[in-house]
Design a protein around this ligand. Structure first.
Ligand code: TIU
Length: 229
């Protein structure tokens, strides 16, 4: 059970300290699926070198372990579509090289299709019983998922963001969350992009202007240490 009294204040965060009550905070892990972090999936089909993305797994695993010990709510998201592609807009279907598009066969099954090997979350971060797994058809975690209503029912006000990719699904989800009134913190060492410059720029734009979209922590260790105390 989460302690309702536990409040943590993180100091090494931009644009300033970030305070969170454990019982009102969820850890969000965006799209740590084989389709994005392993060769042969959607990420590679779009022309990217996917290897850098696996570098953040140890930091997310450490944070997840500390978070689980405190009984915090964890949300795992998965981008993908049902086998009949009924929720995939035609515009999205055309992304990627012909024969390597969403729904086409790849080494990990049909690309970005629910139930296929590539759609699953990597073993090191596999969801535990009781954690939320949100299937999303878009880049953002709120569009067409019902997540906002579930978070409201749970009294969640603060969200901690990790996962891939920084400037696509993580940024979109954080912006969606900010517009819905959540206080958002991005953990920089727990997110990655296929493009280092895009990651850096995204972090800058999110926490600029006094935290126009939210806060950014240089690394997750301050939070992991605080959780362990
Ligand atoms: N292409 C890219 O950078 N990302 C995605 O398509 N989805 C996610 O970010 N999960």
């Amino acid at each position: 059970m989460t302690s309702t009294r536990r409040v943590i204040e993180l100091k090494h965060v931009r644009p300033g300290p970030f305070k969170l009550a454990l019982a009102q905070t969820a850890l969000v892990i965006i799209d740590m699926q084989r389709d994005f972090v392993e060769p042969g999936g959607f990420g590679e089909a779009l022309g990217n070198d996917v290897t850098p993305l696996l570098g953040i797994v140890p930091a997310i695993a450490d944070l997840l372990s500390a978070w689980r010990k405190q009984g915090g709510l964890t949300i795992h998201t998965r981008e993908g579509h049902p086998p009949d592609l009924s929720d995939c807009p035609p515009s999205k279907l055309m992304r990627g090289a012909p024969s390597k598009r969403i729904g086409d066969d790849g080494p990990m099954g049909r690309i970005l299709i629910q139930g296929e090997a590539g759609h699953s979350i990597i073993e090191a971060l596999a969801p535990h019983a009781g954690e939320w797994v949100i299937d999303k058809p878009g880049k953002g975690m709120f569009w067409n998922t019902g997540l906002h209503e579930r978070l409201q029912a749970q009294g969640i006000t603060h969200l901690l963001f990790t996962g891939v990719t920084t400037e696509v699904c993580v940024q979109t989800s954080m912006r969606e969350a900010n517009d819905r009134g959540y206080e958002c913190l991005l953990l920089n060492d727990c997110t990655e992009s296929y493009f280092p410059d895009f990651k850096a720029s995204t972090i800058e734009m999110l926490c600029a202007q006094g935290g126009i979209v939210g806060w950014a922590a240089h690394d997750s260790r301050e939070l992991v240490r605080a959780l362990a105390q």
